[in-house]
Design a protein around this ligand. Sequence first.
Ligand code: GDP
Length: 363
Amino acid sequence: PLNCGIVGLPNVGKSTIFNALTSAKAQAANYPFCTIDPNTGVVSVPDERLQKIAALIQPKSLVPTTMEFIDIAGLVEGASKGEGLGNQFLGHIRATDAIAHVVRCFDDPEVIHVAGGVNPLHDMDIINTELLLADLESVEKRRTRTERAAKSADGKAKAELAVLDKLLEVLNAGKPARTADLSADEKLIARELFLITAKPQLYVANVDEAGLTSGNAYTAAVEKRAEEEGAQVVRICGALESEIALLEPEERTEFLADMGLSEPGLNRLIHSAYRLLDLITYFTAGVQEVRAWTIRRGTKAPGAAGVIHSDFERGFIKADCYSSDDLFALGSEQAVKEKGLLRSEGKEYVVKDGDILFFKFNV
Ligand code: GDP
């Protein structure tokens, strides 16, 4: 599954947020929650549509879709030069699909700030610079090799060299690789480099309770900077989330209502990370089970079937399909059929978010 790495300076609240994400009670109830290793957690993706479909179909079980979060601690100033366990941590980040960058936006004299004082823009610069330097180093190394190959008139190497030069220009200007202006072909070449700053990134502003609804001076600065970068910001109170995560679902609803909140901040984080990864959800719905599945936006029906089982993809014949919105509007599967809204889709059908699919396949 695709995953999102949680990065940030020490003591900004990464582990607090990660632990809240992976300990939230609802997931344990609905999904065989597992921790792959202490730093990797599988989190169910909250989706009201799942409950709404289940209410109409009355299945025996209900299974949400999931995504993975990885707590990547240990990134400090100088990591790209091997400070701390720098290179090892950078390696972990390189293996993720997207990055949630936690920034401290709360004051607390009890919690030491590694860079002297709370200053989110400075913190963002430190982390982003380390990530950038790590990329710069890998591109430079690669360039030395590629240049040699390009001399022997290797066409592929020449194409790669052009991409590397574009990336170097961007990185040397202090900008992340994701801002490089590359053609579709060049992007494919760049993807092989596993650059950290090419990955999509969002910021998590870790605030105190007071800053949660209306923000504070720190979040204002983070939001302004993020806007300039075209990045999303999710405001969260790590300390509060870890309390909420421990509550039973009924208690939780009450607690949130008392706080004037409609859902835990973690839900917003999960949804933002899901969007950042360009993921969408489709459903399978039968009397045995109603289940949500994750695919990349743009996936065609056979690929979507392959998420369930590779045999489904290999033997794909067609998919019967209707939209969950139509189901909600009309109130029953029967009504959807009578309105002629149940379609039969073939191999070229691009699955949409919220589709309910029934696959027909050869075995
Ligand atoms: P990490 O090093 O980034 O993983 O940071 P931790 O999650 O270990 O948090 C560092 C310290 O900050 C711990 O003592 C937490 O209890 C505290 N902390 C985390 N989130 C919050 C928060 O929202 N408010 C306050 N006041 N303290 C927090």
